[in-house]
Ligand binder design. Sequence first.
Ligand code: PLP
Length: 369
Amino acid sequence: MKVSDEILSLTPYAPGKPIEETRREYGLDKVYKLASNENLLGVSPRVKKALHDFIDEIHRYPDGSAYALRQSASKFYGVSTNKIGFGNGSDELISLLIRGFCEPSEKILISKGSFLLYKIFSQGSRVGATQVDLTSEYKIDFKEIMNVWDENHRLIFLPNPNNPTGTYLSSLELKGFLDFFKEKDVLIVLDEAYFEFVTANDYPNGVQLQSQYPNLVVLRTTSKDFGLAGLRLGVMFAEPEIVSVVERIRTPFNVNAFAQVAGIAAFSDPEFVIEARKLNSEGLKYFEKELTRLGVRYWPSQGNFIFFDSERDSDLVYQELLKRGVILRPLKPYGFQTQLRMSVGLQEENLAAITALEEVLKICPKVKS
Ligand SMILES: *Cc1c(COP(=O)(O)O)cnc(C)c1O
């Protein structure tokens, strides 16, 4: 059977290693997973109750139009219902946007050292990707993106803050960027997966900006800040004409019934997110203090994770941490040889991660940079 080269050369996305698998392979009782930027608080009790209450309905197909979820998202985000689209996670929305707006001869414009799924989905759709390096501070190089762009690039993906580096574009920077592209035939996809964790005062709110920029598409997800990673619910904000393209090509029941019910319950409990943000910001401060004590360079983060340079082979550090029951994310697939990403957990988890890291840094040799 003939399979195209693009598909055969595609490296599938490698998610964070599951806890159960690590327990099994290393014969460990206690495993701490700080590898996938999951919510440190788990999920709101309201979501759990809503899911329990819904159990007798799951033999029915979900509402393909997600009517009730749409109403509740509209209230929560302050956006009219026709400018909202839903996905089976925001990763599905990324894939649908590429399929909906790019021909195989066209390209997307992305950054190296950034979220991997943009590239993976484009390749899966036989769409090319131009990759721009991050700045020396590991920020998205928006000026270089402006330089490199031409009309063959139909979509520009801009994760803000960037995953895995945690760096962000300020309001001023983003507005300059959006103004530059405002009249051009390109969609700017602003991926705000960590929105509710951000604490910087000059961080822009893409959902508010969207009404001023018709070619701006904003993605949010309930996976990180609302803790619904296992249920898969992503939200998109864009002009109705753009939403309608995605509506045409999505599968009819892309958002399952549990995800719809959970989303409604999550949007009704904003206090949960406020608490998660507060604990996350304490966890980040703890990591910054401890990494400084260990002499490890890190980059200030606006997400629920921190990016640091171990100055050792990151796969080796990762393996040694696994033996000690701590799962972090090694970043070679993102092009970083010595850096890792550590999600913020509860204090017990954070302490376990730092304790293991301190041991591991002692036994792994430094590599020349
Ligand atoms: C986690 C993440 C996503 C994907 O989120 P899902 O909604 O779980 O698919 C998208 N973009 C970025 C930058 C992320 O870090």
